[in-house]
Structures are given as C-alpha cells and as structure tokens.
Design a protein around this ligand. Structure first.
Ligand code: PMP
Ligand code: GLN
Length: 388
C-alpha cells in the first residue's frame, strides 16, 4: 500500500503517555505527566454538571460562548491591562493544544520560517513541520536558561513569520524577564514578525517572579496571539478548554482554523470556565501559593538526595540534574529505572529537544499533594540508598 503521511509515520507516541503507562504498570507515583492529583474548584465542576442539565447541549458558537469570550476579555484587562474585544478578539478552543495548532495554521505558509526556543513543548515542532514551516531553533542553556540574544537575533531572517514563546516555560519553569521580553519584542518589530504566546502557566508563577505577557509590550498587541488554558488555571487538565486572545484580523483566521479542526468546544465546560475566570483574586493567589509550597517540598527533598535542581519560577515542573547521583545511563534510562525500581515516574528532558539534547536531566512534576510528594521522596531515598 502507498505510504500514509510521512511525518506522522515517523512520529512516536508522546513521552507523557509513554511514561504515564509505565508508571501505571509499576504502581509508581507519577511525577511525569503534568496533572494535579486533586480536582479543581468544586463550584466550577458543579457549574459544569448543572450546565449539562439545562438544555443547552447543542453546538455552541464557532468562536465560543459569549459569556466565556466576555470572561476571557475581562481577565485580560484585569490581570494585564490588555484591551481585548470579546466579540472579535477571542477564540475558544479545545485546549491550548488545539489553540497552538490553530494559531500556527492561521499564520504559516509553506516555506515560512518559525523561531522555536529549545527546550520546547512536544507539539510545537511536529505541527510547524506539518504546515510546511521551517523551524529555526534557538537553544536556552541550563542552569539559568537565559535568552541567548545574539543567537536569537541571528535566527531571524526576512522569511521569519513568527516566534513561538512559551512563558512560563515547560519544562524549565523559566519565566522570561522584562529585559528578555524587550529583546524579543524589538526583534519582532524589526523583522515585522508575529508571536504565538503559549501562556498556559500564566497563573502558576511564584513571587518574586511575575508573568508579563509579550502582548503588553509596545507594538506587540497587533502581532501577538496569546493562549491560555482552563486545564492549568483551574487544575482540570482533562477539560481541554483553551482560549486565544488577539487582534481581530488574526483571531478571525484562528477561528477559520478552529472551524476545520474541531469547530466548537463542549458548551457546559465553557460555561463553567467563564465562572472560573471571574473568581476573586484570592483564588489565583492561593493557586500559585499552594503550588509554590509544593515546589519547595520537592526541590528541598531532591537536593537532599543529591540531585542538582534548577530554579523554577513558574509551571508545574522542576528540572533536576541526576548526574551527581552517579547514574551512568541517559535520561530516558534514568526515568525508566526510577519508575520501575524506585516507584516514581519522571520525564526525560531530552524529549523537549529536536536533536543533540542534554541527557542528564529529568523533569519532576510537583502539582501533587504534599503527602504524595513526601512519599515519592521517601521512595527515591530508598532507591538512592540501596544503590550506593
Ligand atoms: N502548552 C504547554 C507548554 C503545556 O505544558 C501544555 C500542557 N498540557 C499545553 C500547551 C496544552 O494545554 P491543554 O491541556 O490546554 O491542551
Ligand atoms: N502538558 C503536560 C506535561 O507537560 C502533558 C500534556 C500531555 O500529556 N499531552 O506534562
């Protein structure tokens, strides 16, 4: 038979699914795939359940229910002072994953260059390639993951259509600084390029770090698409409700992409997320605060065991260098070994690179109950002690 799509024929199953399956198989504590182990706010879940029962279960509007678009616009103003038109400046999608694909579809013509920053989330590169885009990779280096300004400037060309920016960043936990954002914005203006901003962890940022959307910088509002995720903001990762904010000219194209991908997103979930976005400031502060405490538990524990942990200012994740433990295999072997023998799963950071990755880092998720993190640390300690 003729070959099917060449890119997909070469694509493996995502590392998150692979490690979650291995974790389940070995009864491990899953600090791999990033999802909280407690439910999101009960009132939002209740609102979604109630919304199933009041006869509004047919197709919602293509760009999202008016109440959710209004809530997204209001949140943009409330958190960042951004002026977004609820009618024309917001598109609701089935998760940030769909939003990313739709934004890239909205902007890329075959042959366009797309700047991606490594380490990078696993869907970026395959989608850029499937659209015929040419990826230009710019690599951040541990331990600080600082933006390499000269390399970034050199990656731009007259064919640069867009830069994809993930801040707060998965897997590094980096929150881009105001200076770095200035540098990126300057290059985008200079080269008349767009930005797709993956900001799914916008509310998972730990003081004194502060999340600043690139879209708030001079000249960026008209050339940026900003993506949020209810899954992350309300600890309901299975819901897959995302939202894109941007200038009407671009949102119109995102909506056209969305109409060919999924067309709409479950209406009850949209209604519940609209309520969630209107929650008082205390909700968002507590979300970040509780997560920061969990980061500290895991960070302190991993350091005590001999890992060299890298700083995390946002997201669900800590990147840890396991080479001080004396493990001689690569990161995939390390993550498999601790899943099978210590009973704790993690994600090999090499999965976030296109080629020639570092092989001595594992990513641990700390979006788990403190007792679960402590149990995971105790299991790791038993394994580390037995090994030495
Ligand atoms: N971008 C990043 C950086 C992520 O970590 C995730 C994780 N889920 C997504 C996008 C996808 O978000 P969603 O679950 O809303 O599709
Ligand atoms: N974003 C999640 C992570 O980085 C995984 C999402 C997925 O499994 N596709 O762990």
């Amino acid at each position: 038979m003729k070959p099917a799509n060449a890119l997909l024929e070469q694509t493996g199953t995502t590392i998150f699914t692979v490690m979650s399956a291995l974790s389940l198989q070995h009864g491990a504590i899953n600090l791999g795939q990033g999802f909280p182990d407690t439910e999101g706010p009960a009132d939002i879940v209740q609102a979604a359940a109630a919304a199933l029962l009041d006869n509004r279960n047919q197709y919602p509007p293509l760009t999202g229910l008016p109440e959710l678009r209004a809530a997204v616009a209001t949140a943009n103003q409330r958190f960042y002072g951004l002026d977004i038109d609820p009618a024309t400046g917001v598109a609701v999608t089935s998760g940030a994953t769909e939003a990313l694909a739709a934004c890239l579809m909205a902007l890329i013509n075959p042959g366009d260059e797309v700047i991606l920053i490594e380490p990078l989330y696993d869907t970026y590169l395959p989608v850029v390639k499937m659209l015929g885009g040419i990826a230009r990779l710019v690599r951040l280096e541990p331990p600080n993951w600082d933006l390499p300004r000269a390399a970034l400037a050199a990656a731009f060309s007259p064919r640069t259509k867009l830069l994809l920016l993930n801040s707060p960043m998965n897997p590094t936990g980096k929150v881009f600084t105001p200076d770095e954002l200035d540098c990126i914005a300057g290059l985008l203006r200079q080269h008349d390029s767009y930005a797709v901003c993956d900001e799914v962890y916008e509310h998972l940022v730990f003081p004194p770090a502060r999340h600043i959307p690139l879209m708030t910088l001079p000249g960026m509002a008209e050339r940026s698409l900003r993506i949020g995720s209810a899954g992350k903001t309300f600890s309901l990762t299975g819901w897959k409700v995302g939202y894109v904010s941007g200038p009407p000219r671009l949102i119109n194209l995102v909506a056209k992409a969305h109409q060919n991908l999924t067309f709409t997103t479950a209406p009850n979930l949209q209604r519940a997320v609209a309520l969630g976005l209107a929650k008082p400031d205390a909700y968002f502060a507590t979300l970040a605060d509780e997560l920061m405490q969990r980061r500290d538990i895991l960070n302190t524990g991993l350091k005590r065991l001999g890992f060299l942990t890298l700083p995390t200012d946002g997201s669900y994740f800590i990147t840890a260098d396991f080479s001080p433990l004396g493990f001689t295999g690569d990161d995939l072997e390390f993550c498999r070994t601790i899943t099978e023998h210590a009973g704790v799963a993690a994600i090999p950071v090499s999965a976030f690179y296109a080629e020639n990755p570092p092989r001595n880092y594992a990513r641990f998720a700390f979006c788990k109950q403190p007792a679960v993190l402590r149990e995971a640390l105790a299991r790791l300690e038993t394994w580390v002690t037995a090994k030495t």
